[in-house]
Design a binder for this molecule. Structure first.
Ligand code: F6R
Length: 254
């Protein structure tokens, strides 16, 4: 595991965009696993800018998103389908038919989740999976549990996740209570994982994820077992970790 410490959110976003752009350069038809939420927005803006400057070509890239709320319409402003168009897909030259997100409108959870796993396998698996970190240690919507769920599945969101995500909705009551999410096994099969974390409010859970025991009560702790994980986190998020042994002092490239 490599840990890059950045001074702030912007530098974290630039570093993340550097890594994603390099992945696309090395393998123009790569499969990117993407995340939503506040954390990757800056990286998506960077990638959009670099695309506008002819620095990144998405024409052969394929994407698979981690998750989607169950029961939400695709044109709902809170759907992850809408989010991805609004934050990335509308600004780069990715053919929309090469972008995949679980279909939250499919009421048949088993069929949707099985189909999503098949899609990822058909694409050849994920080359680089981008992750954010939930306040309770979730990755994707794999919530703290007594086991690590393996494949894409339907999950009941915890109160803490509903609380954290209500900022996007009129009230907590409007936050969907279920989601379709890649499983921990799906995520761990990615060839490379890029975890982005910012802000002091995530310092405690980041320490548990990176240095604590590998337990399903802290889903992100499983990343300790992956052989190719890059963590890019700002100094606030890393404030509870002694980074002296880690690769640090990233200086911004652009
Ligand atoms: C998003 C996702 C979630 C978020 C996590 C952090 O697709 O799967 O795991 O990455 O909830 O969210 P933010 O970035 O909003 O703090």
């Amino acid at each position: 595991m490599r840990i890059y410490q950045t001074s702030d959110y912007d530098e974290m976003s630039r570093k993340a965009a550097d890594i994603i752009a390099a992945q696309i350069l090395m393998k123009p038809d790569c499969v990117l696993g993407l995340a939503t939420g506040s954390t990757p927005v800056g990286a998506y803006q960077q990638l959009s800018r670099r695309h506008a400057g002819n620095e990144v070509d998405f024409s052969q890239v394929k994407t698979v998103n981690l998750d989607e709320y169950r029961g939400i319409l695709r044109d709902d402003i809170n759907s992850y389908y809408y989010f991805m168009r609004n934050h990335l897909f509308n600004y780069v030259n990715i053919p929309l038919e090469n972008t995949f997100i679980p279909d939250g409108t499919n009421p048949n959870a088993d069929a949707e989740c099985t189909d999503y796993e098949k899609k990822i396998a058909f694409l050849g698996g994920i080359d680089l999976q981008l992750l954010g970190l939930g306040h309770n240690g979730h990755i994707g919507f794999n919530e703290p549990d007594d086991h690590f769920p393996t494949a894409t599945h339907c999950v009941n969101l915890t109160e803490s996740t509903i609380e954290a995500n209500k900022r996007f909705f009129a009230s907590a009551d409007n936050v969907p209570k279920q989601a379709y999410t890649m499983g921990i096994g799906t995520i761990m099969k990615a060839k490379k994982i890029l975890l982005l974390v910012n802000g002091s409010e995530k310092a405690g859970i980041l320490r548990k994820a990176l240095l604590g025991p590998v337990v399903p009560q802290v889903p992100a702790s499983i990343l300790q077992l992956h052989s190719d994980v890059i963590v890019v986190a700002d100094k606030d998020a890393l404030s509870e970790i002694d980074t002296s042994d880690a690769t640090r002092s990233y200086s911004s490239a652009s």
